[in-house]
Design a protein around this ligand. Structure first.
Ligand code: PLP
Length: 451
């Protein structure tokens, strides 16, 4: 029997029994004037007002878990109310009446999503949830042929990703012990170098069918070189897909230009669309019109113009929309559409990423000054290898490290915990400030000195 650990997907916040006296900040600790200056110069600072921050308005809490569940945009409630009104006033005719009519939503929200991941509208579909989409994409893109039946993933893959692949192998009578290659990260840095990934592709070039890796590794925050990996796989006739759960809305992506075969992501992390909101897929244009590709089919993937003739023969829509199975939940699409409006009014991923780099640089500088011996940053620091998230490994015994984390929660600082001793903290450029970063480092300094 394997020992069961308490679930740790979502961060846990201990109840505050009393206001800790430590909430009174000592000006000796951190120079807040620097943060204030950065915030004053931040061209995106007004976007913080677009979000509901946890805590009382006069005492906002530090929310650094947008990599787990993004904050609620103010306009989401209005967007959802509008759908509820449409449902109230039009009933089923809401599918065809109103602006937009529900029938038009999948395509319209895909068009809003496309620039976020560097795709054409025809390459994006919003449907299901992430793990379900991994299954749908594997149904299409995992096509083992004889000895070429292996899949390369990373050893530290998110459990769902690993489990999805193992189950596809089992359904096809393929033994995962032989066919699933789990690439080990470097034992000291815990990172996956591009060279080691390409080397694995070369080593297994005759037996690999698919490479499936994260765009941003959820534990370390490392950004992988998607373009280089796609090129190396394609050079050997291997398909390549990415789990973009931690990449979409975090870093600029160019999925079309990078020739990625497929990608999947969720919209409740950096894309701020609410708990359990719909996921999305990218399917490269060179595949979307290939009607011979196997897929899990359903009536909503049938071409829109003849869908309601209710023919049994499946004629897929000639775009990523052709992978839809069911009619989509409009309330969730409304949340996604309203959240994406905020991204677009901020100018898209480039300006957001530019601010993210500054937040990151400031964050690292404060850590290096104030906590040089207590914290090791696992996230790499070379250009294009990191996004919003910093994974902080606490240099303390496991129990002490856990108490540091609990103490942060007591100071109303929201970050998350990964076994055995890692705190993930993600300043998000849309709604986090430099002051948040200063407050976090202040709280962490206090926590490490108190436990
Ligand atoms: C968040 C996340 C998931 C979660 O999957 P759901 O199906 O949305 O619950 C899966 N894989 C990765 C890499 C993730 O980061």
């Amino acid at each position: 029997m394997r020992r069961r650990r308490a679930p740790s997907f979502f961060p846990s916040f201990p109840a505050v029994r009393q206001t800790p006296k430590s909430l009174v900040l000592s000006p000796m600790d951190i120079d807040y004037s620097q943060a204030t200056e950065h915030d004053a110069r931040d061209p995106l600072r007004r976007f913080r007002q677009e979000f509901l921050m946890p805590g009382r308005p006069e005492a906002p809490e530090v929310y650094f878990v947008g990599n787990s569940l993004g904050l609620q945009p103010l306009r989401t409630r209005t967007a959802i109310d509008r759908v509820l009104d449409q449902w109230h006033q039009s009933g089923v005719e809401g599918h065809f009446r109103g602006s937009p009519a529900w029938m038009e939503w999948p395509e319209q929200v895909s068009a809003q999503m496309a620039p976020i991941v560097g795709a054409r509208t025809s390459e994006v579909v919003i449907m299901n949830t992430l793990t379900v989409n991994i299954h749908c994409m594997l149904a299409t893109f995992y096509r083992p042929k004889g000895a070429r039946n292996r899949v390369l993933i990373e050893d530290g893959a998110f459990p769902s990703d690993d489990q999805a692949i193992v189950s596809h192998m089992a359904m096809r009578g393929i033994a995962a012990e032989d066919a699933l290659i789990r690439l080990q990260p470097d034992p000291t840095t815990q990172l996956l170098s591009t060279a080691s990934i390409i080397e694995a592709i070369e080593t297994h070039r005759d037996t690999l069918s698919l490479v499936f890796l994260p765009g941003v590794q959820y534990y370390t925050g490392q950004v992988l070189d998607i373009a280089a990996i796609a090129d190396a796989a394609h050079a050997r006739g291997i398909l390549v897909g990415f789990d973009l759960a931690h990449a979409a809305g975090n870093i600029p992506l160019a999925l079309h230009d990078w020739n990625v075969d497929f990608g999947c992501w969720c919209t409740y992390k950096y894309l701020n669309s609410g708990p359990g909101s719909l996921g999305a897929c990218f399917i490269h244009d060179r595949h979307v019109t290939d009607e011979d590709l196997p897929r899990l089919a359903g009536w909503w993937g049938h071409e829109a113009k003849t869908r309601f003739q209710m023919d049994r023969d499946f004629v897929p829509e000639a775009s990523a929309q052709g992978w839809q199975l069911s009619n989509p939940p409009i309330l969730s699409l409304a949340a996604i559409a309203s959240s994406l409006e905020v991204f677009h009014s901020a100018g898209g991923m480039q300006p957001l990423h530019a601010k993210s780099l500054l937040l990151n640089e400031y964050f690292r500088a404060l850590l290096a000054t104030h906590l040089p011996d207590d914290v090791r940053v696992l996230t790499p620091s070379q250009a294009r290898t990191f996004g919003c998230q910093l994974s902080l490994q606490l240099n303390a015994p496991v129990e002490t490290a856990r108490r540091v984390f609990d103490c942060l929660g007591g100071q109303r600082v929201h970050v998350d915990w990964r076994e055995p001793n890692v705190i993930r903290a993600a300043p998000v450029p849309l709604y986090n400030s430099f002051e948040d970063v200063a407050k976090f480092v202040d709280a962490l300094k206090r926590a490490t000195s108190e436990v």
